[in-house]
Design a protein around this ligand. Structure first.
Ligand code: SAM
Length: 226
């Protein structure tokens, strides 16, 4: 039984030969991708020994050890270039996902499909993609209360064009689609920023407060303008 978040990630994995799930934790995603015949083989990468062993056990318990290779290692270090057709990096902060991509970019081939699910700071992930020749081909937003999760699918760029600040923040596909969940997330963020600004306006006038005010006002304006 997969959570709505993992189901949405699964839905963005293209039918292909090999999937790599980096930071797999329990290997639930590669197990399901094989069972659903989305991919023929998978690699589950984990940097921590505990989750690595748990993945290994889950894979063995389901008799999948010939098609899922569980590997211990940091980020994309566990892969050789072009070994995986699609790579999932999910359930981590946006900065960490960006750093994993940056450190491992030599492992990414022209046809690699990335499926990325930052828990926070999606902006950093989109910015890295935008700066490194990737185009966002699809996105999903789902709610698992109290969290909103965004999932980004990207391929190496076929068309040129850079994302605007608003697209980096909110996601180009999500902005076009404006799902009810997307509206809900940004209404709630808008309200939060209004409250933050109200508090900051009462809080005096140091440089730090001024900086925070400008940051919040800029984000609020982007939300209200879209
Ligand atoms: N991907 C799964 C999901 O979305 O449900 C598990 C998410 S879990 C919160 C994050 C996992 O990433 C942890 O098991 C952690 O050990 C692993 N991780 C963190 N940094 C990593 C890295 N540099 N390389 C590989 N795995 C990493």
């Amino acid at each position: 039984h997969l959570s709505p978040r993992l189901k949405a990630i699964l839905g963005l994995i293209p039918q292909s030969k090999c999937l790599a799930d980096i930071g797999s934790d329990h290997a639930h995603l590669p197990l399901r991708a094989i069972q659903d015949h989305i991919v023929d083989t998978a690699i589950a990468g984990e940097v921590r020994r505990g989750p690595f062993q748990q993945s290994l056990k889950n894979v063995q318990d389901s008799g999948m050890q010939t098609v899922i290779d569980v590997r211990l290692g940091d980020g994309l270090d566990v892969l050789t270039k072009d070994e995986a057709n699609s790579i999932v990096i999910a359930g981590m902060g946006g900065e960490l996902i960006r750093d994993i991509l940056e450190r491992g970019k030599s492992k990414l081939g022209m046809d690699t499909v990335l499926i990325l699910q930052p828990n926070i700071r999606e902006y950093n992930v989109r910015q890295w993609l935008n700066d490194h020749g990737w185009t966002i081909t699809d996105e999903r937003i789902i709610e698992e209360e109290p969290h909103f999760y965004e999932i980004i699918q990207a391929k190496q760029k076929v068309v040129t064009g850079t994302l605007t600040e608003t697209e980096l923040l909110m996601g180009p596909v999500l902005l076009r689609r404006k799902d009810p969940t997307f509206i809900k997330k940004w209404r709630s963020r808008e309200q939060k920023l209004i409250n933050v600004l109200r508090a900051l306006n009462k809080a005096g006038d140091t440089e730090l407060i001024q900086h925070k005010k400008v940051k919040s006002e800029t984000e609020l304006k982007r939300i209200q303008d879209c």
